[in-house]
Ligand binder design. Structure first.
Ligand SMILES: C[S@@+](CC[C@H](N)C(=O)[O-])C[C@H]1O[C@@H](n2cnc3c(N)ncnc32)[C@H](O)[C@@H]1O
Length: 280
C-alpha cells in the first residue's frame, strides 16, 4: 500500500488508536478483541506492526491506557443501548472503529459511520482486503463534520424518529468550541426520545473544569507534540450541564474506577471523569 492512500493530519490519529487496540487485542487478558486493528496498522506502516516499545513516555502510556478503558466502556455502553431498543448507531468521527463488525447487535440494527473521505477510503480498502463482512447494515458517510453532515446522514437512510445511540469518541478535542457545540446541537436535533449519547470530553485548557489529565500530561511529552498541536479544546463547558439544558440526563464516568472494575491495576490510569454518557 502506498503512502498516498494513508490518512494524514487528524485522520492519522485513527491509526494511533488502532495501534493501541491491536496491542490490547494481543493480550491474553484483553478487555476487547478488535480483529482488524493490526491490519490497519500494518497497512498504514506498509509492513507488520512493530514490537511494543520499551522507551515510551508516561504520558504516552497514560494515553494508551485511557484508549483501552474507553474502548471497553463504550463497547459495553453501545451493546446495552442496542439491547435497550436503540436500533440506529451513529458514530461521527468513526475513524478505524470496527464495532459494527465486532459487537453483538440485535437483528435489524443500522450502523452509520462518518469521517473524512481519506480515512474512510483507507478503512474500506483494508476491510475489503481482510474480507470483513459486517453482520449489520453498515453505511459509511464521507464528510467534514464541521460542515453539514445531517443532510448526508438522512439521505443515507438515517431516521430521526427512531431511537439512536451516538458515539462521539476522540473527536471533540479536535474541534473548536463553536464547532463542537454545533455538532452536539445537530445530534440533539436528530435524537428521538429514548436516544442515548456517549462522548469523550477533554479540554486542552488545564485551568478549565473538565480538563483532561491525558491532555495535560501529553503537553509535556515531546513525542506527543504533533498530536497536541492538533488539539483545539472542544466544548468550552462541562458537557453534562450543556446536555442537561437540552433535556438530556447526563453523567460522567471515572476511568480509574472503570479500570479497576475491569481488573486492571489501581494505577493503570489516573482518576479522570472524562467519559460522558447521556439519555433523553
Ligand atoms: C482519535 S481518532 C478517533 C476515531 C474513533 N472515534 C475511535 O475512537 O476509534 C479521531 C477521528 O476524528 C476524525 N475527525 C477529526 N476531525 C474531523 C472532521 N472535521 N470531520 C470528520 N472527521 C474528523 C479523524 O479523521 C479521526 O478519524
Amino acid at each position: 500500500m502506498t503512502s498516498d492512500v494513508i490518512p494524514e493530519g487528524v485522520g492519522r490519529t485513527a491509526i494511533g488508536v488502532a495501534r493501541v487496540r491491536a496491542l490490547e487485542s494481543a493480550r491474553t487478558d484483553r478487555l476487547f478483541e478488535d480483529p482488524y486493528a493490526a491490519a490497519f496498522v500494518a497497512a498504514a506502516l506498509d509492513g507488520p506492526p512493530p514490537a511494543p516499545r520499551t522507551d515510551v513516555s508516561p504520558a504516552m502510556i497514560l494515553l494508551a491506557h485511557h484508549l483501552v478503558i474507553r474502548t471497553r466502556f463504550f463497547d459495553d455502553y453501545l451493546t446495552a443501548a442496542g439491547r435497550a431498543g436503540c436500533t440506529q448507531v451513529v458514530v461521527p468521527a468513526a475513524g478505524l472503529d470496527t464495532r459494527a463488525f465486532r459487537l453483538d447487535w440485535p437483528a435489524g440494527t443500522k450502523v452509520f459511520e462518518l469521517d473524512m473521505p481519506a480515512v474512510l477510503g483507507f478503512k474500506e480498502r483494508v476491510l475489503a482486503e481482510q474480507g470483513a463482512q459486517a453482520p449489520v447494515a453498515r453505511t459509511t458517510i464521507a464528510v467534514d463534520l464541521r460542515e453539514d453532515w445531517a443532510g448526508p446522514l438522512v439521505e443515507a437512510g438515517f431516521d430521526p424518529a427512531a431511537r439512536t445511540v451516538w458515539l462521539v469518541e476522540g473527536l471533540l478535542v479536535y474541534l473548536g468550541a463553536e464547532e463542537a457545540a454545533a455538532l452536539l446541537d445537530t445530534i440533539d436535533s436528530l435524537s428521538a426520545p429514548g436516544s442515548r449519547l456517549a462522548l469523550t470530553h477533554g479540554s486542552k485548557d488545564r485551568r478549565r473544569a473538565g480538563a483532561s489529565q491525558v491532555v495535560a500530561g501529553a503537553e509535556h511529552a515531546a513525542e506527543l507534540a504533533p498530536l497536541v498541536a492538533m488539539w483545539r479544546g472542544g466544548l468550552d463547558e462541562d458537557p453534562v450541564g450543556w446536555l442537561a439544558r437540552r433535556g438530556w440526563r447526563a453523567e460522567r464516568h471515572d476511568r480509574a474506577e472503570l479500570a479497576v472494575g475491569y481488573g486492571r491495576p489501581a494505577d493503570y490510569v489516573t482518576s479522570q471523569r472524562s467519559l460522558v454518557t447521556a439519555e433523553r
